[in-house]
Design a protein around this ligand. Structure first.
Ligand SMILES: Nc1ncnc2c1ncn2[C@@H]1O[C@H](COP(=O)(O)OP(=O)(O)OP(=O)(O)O)[C@@H](O)[C@H]1O
Length: 660
């Protein structure tokens, strides 16, 4: 069994990004290069974005005409005491102001809809990609890290495209035009205004490096915090049950404090950049003093000084805003990087072109068959006895397992004949769940091959393979949907009420009809509103609803009470008779559903035979089954299936006999 989610994980692990990436990994990636990766998403709306940027530049430059009108007004009508001229000047100023406001409004309208579309497209791509990523990826990544990428990071990107992207350009052009106007008005004063540009640029360059590292850290910490909150909500029963709310609250506080610390560092850096942008303001002050002196000396007209200073003041916002536009761009670059870390992860490999010869005829296959002979296999099924489900020298190691750890599965050779039910028994942690996960290719074998009716599973499209093989896991996951929708997930889209009713009957899940809205009843997140046994029966119904040719069940009866277990067993017997099945079993009652039993031990199949044969001949198996003695379900035998109960008790007695 893989480890269950959330609270079982070490909290220490949650505090560091699960992906192990960090600011250090960005070295060499300039903000611009990183942001350029957004181009494929921006491309479809580029016409609107460019138009919006152009409109914003025109709006901003319209604002710069105002000082020129002021100059004309001061040196002309005001100096000549011409009231008509003053009114006319005021009218020009009003019209310019209205034009500027309208143009900025138009820009906003132009970008709003397409940018919402860009965000939606990126989110849809991320979701689609997450669905295609292998299980190994999801094992490695904390869910909160993925959630924060799909929410906070994408929101940062939309804000960047809507605002800083345009305004870095608009403000750049406005500053350039403004400076040219000022130099034309009075070049000496213009040079004074330009002096701070050099230190400001050096500071921006240094700032980018420091801010990018802090921004990355903060966004990763938001991901960690999201993980913790999500796990606390999902694992609320465990937290309450074990009285862990204090330690959980402490972990939350620690993470929040760390995030707060990082945000404060960000705020300090922001304060520094705001401070450095006071230099241009100082320059304006100096220019005002020098300009006034020049007017007093008669070297400069009052109108020119007014125009010069109002241009300088009009440039205040474009200059001041550069600091926070840069920080927003920096955060957007970090968000882009985090987004593409997921998007760049390799999805489940394309279906490999492999040797699809039936294995019985391949050289390696014959060798392995020879070794399997003692299990009394072959002869049934498809070509050369290759019918059914067959493991050929299968080895598997988890990609993230420590280098010195032995592989979970070393060499598994096993043949489940067509129509046969094979129980898989083994001590806890021997790799039973892992082996079952290899059949629908939730993980890829490290070595060897698995065949279904002689065909290598890697040669089949995954969709086809997963239509052939149905799976029910020990931990039954139900989605926030109706009972019917949850069950019919295991069938073709065309399946309807008939199939649903049959599957519910087989899985002894008829309780669903008695729910408030029958099979239309919504089950809560993860089906938490149902009992463990009810969820397990619905998961079982989902596995059988599509009448799969191959069925893989991971201890499907573990959460059932004795009475229900007996009922489900009886129904399952009918289903199993029609399919080829591999059933992970811990209890004799489940083992007795199978035609034969395979014992998994030390990464290999140590023995195959009927339950009774193995009880007599294999001490490890007998020991495992005698452990079930303590299982009240195995002993109570509440009269639902007298034959199997009697067999079970005899078997257990036999096992004890053998042990002695
Ligand atoms: N995602 C994973 N990454 C690394 N190791 C894993 C992973 N999942 C399981 N393992 C390890 O693989 C081994 C086999 O686990 P598996 O869940 O297959 O055992 P099992 O026989 O099904 O156990 P049980 O009977 O308790 O359900 C265990 O040592 C486990 O720690």
């Amino acid at each position: 069994m893989p480890t269950t989610p959330a609270v079982t994980k070490d909290l220490a692990d949650q505090t560091s990004p699960a992906d192990g990436t960090g600011p250090a990994d960005r070295s060499g990636h300039s903000v611009v290069r990183t942001l350029l990766r957004l181009w494929p998403y921006v491309r479809p709306v580029r016409a609107r974005l460019f138009t919006a940027a152009f409109v914003a530049v025109v709006a901003s430059c319209t604002g710069l005409v105002i000082p020129l009108v002021l100059k004309w007004l001061v040196d002309g009508p005001v100096a000549d005491r011409d009231p008509r001229g003053v009114w006319l000047g005021a009218l020009y100023l009003l019209l310019l102001g209205i034009a500027e406001a309208l143009l900025f409004g138009l820009r906003r309208w132009l970008v709003a809809r397409p940018l919402a579309g860009v965000e939606a497209a990126m989110r849809a791509d991320l979701y689609r990609h997450l669905q295609r990523l292998p299980v190994a990826f999801h094992d490695r990544w904390a869910s909160g890290q993925l959630l924060s990428r799909a929410t906070t990071d994408l929101m940062l990107l939309r804000m960047f495209l809507a605002f800083p992207l345009t305004f870095l350009l608009v403000n750049g052009v406005t500053i350039l035009v403004g400076v040219i106007i000022m130099l034309v008005q009075e070049w000496t004063l213009g040079l004074v205004i330009l002096i701070p540009a050099v230190p400001v640029m050096i500071f921006c360059w240094l700032f980018e490096k420091r801010y990018s590292a802090v921004a990355r850290r903060a966004q990763d910490q938001v991901g960690d915090l999201t993980t913790l909150v999500e796990e606390s909500v999902l694992g609320i029963r465990v937290i309450k049950g074990f009285g862990r709310h204090r330690s959980q609250a402490r972990a939350f506080r620690d993470l929040s404090r760390t995030l707060r610390g990082t945000e404060l560092v960000k705020a300090r850096l922001l304060a520094m950049i705001w401070a450095i942008f006071t230099l241009p303001e100082l320059a304006i002050g100096v220019a005002l003093v020098l300009g006034t002196m020049q007017v007093a000396d008669g070297q400069l007209s009052a109108g020119t000084l007014v125009a010069f200073l109002s241009t300088a003041l009009a440039l205040r916002w474009p200059v001041d805003s550069i600091g926070f536009l840069l920080t927003m761009s920096q955060e957007a670059a970090t968000a882009t990087e985090r987004y593409f870390e997921v998007m760049d992860a390799e999805p489940e490999s394309a279906d490999a072109a492999v040797d699809t010869r039936p294995v019985g005829r391949a050289a390696g296959g014959e060798d392995r068959e020879g070794r399997q002979g003692r299990d009394g296999e072959g002869g049934e099924g498809g070509e050369g006895g290759e019918g059914g489900l067959r493991f050929h020298g299968v080895a598997f190691r988890y990609p993230d397992a420590p280098a010195d750890a032995p592989p979970v599965l070393e060499r598994v050779d096993l043949h489940i004949r067509a129509g046969e039910t094979m129980a898989l028994v083994g001590a806890t942690g021997t790799g039973k769940t892992t082996l079952t996960a290899l059949v629908p290719r939730l993980h890829e074998v490290t070595d060897g091959r698995i065949t279904l009716d002689g065909e290598d599973i890697t040669a089949m499209p995954r969709e086809e393979l997963r239509a052939l093989v149905a799976v029910a896991f020990e931990e039954p996951t139900l989605f926030s949907a109706s009972v019917g929708e949850n069950v019919l997930m295991g069938a073709e889209d065309t399946a309807g009420e008939g199939e649903l009713a049959r599957a519910l009957a087989v899985a002894q899940a008829d309780f669903a009809h008695a729910l408030p809205q029958g099979t239309d009843t919504q089950v809560g997140e993860q089906g938490l509103s149902l009992s463990g046994g009810q969820r397990q029966r619905l998961a079982l119904a989902r596995a059988v609803v599509g009448r799969p040719r191959f069925l893989v069940l991971d201890d499907p009866l573990s959460a059932l009470d004795v009475h229900t277990e007996a009922l489900v067993e009886a129904a399952l017997r009918r289903v199993l008779a029609e399919t080829t099945a591999l059933v992970v079993a811990h209890r004799p009652s489940t083992v007795l559903l199978a035609d034969r039993v395979a014992l998994l031990s030390g990464g290999r199949i140590a023995a195959v035979g009927t339950h009774h044969e193995l009880l007599r001949t294999n001490a490890e198996y007998a020991h495992l089954m005698s452990g079930a003695d303590e299982d009240p379900a195995a002993l109570s035998g509440a009269g639902e299936d007298p034959l199997s109960r009697a067999q079970e008790k005899t078997a257990l007695a036999g096992a004890k006999e053998d042990d002695r």
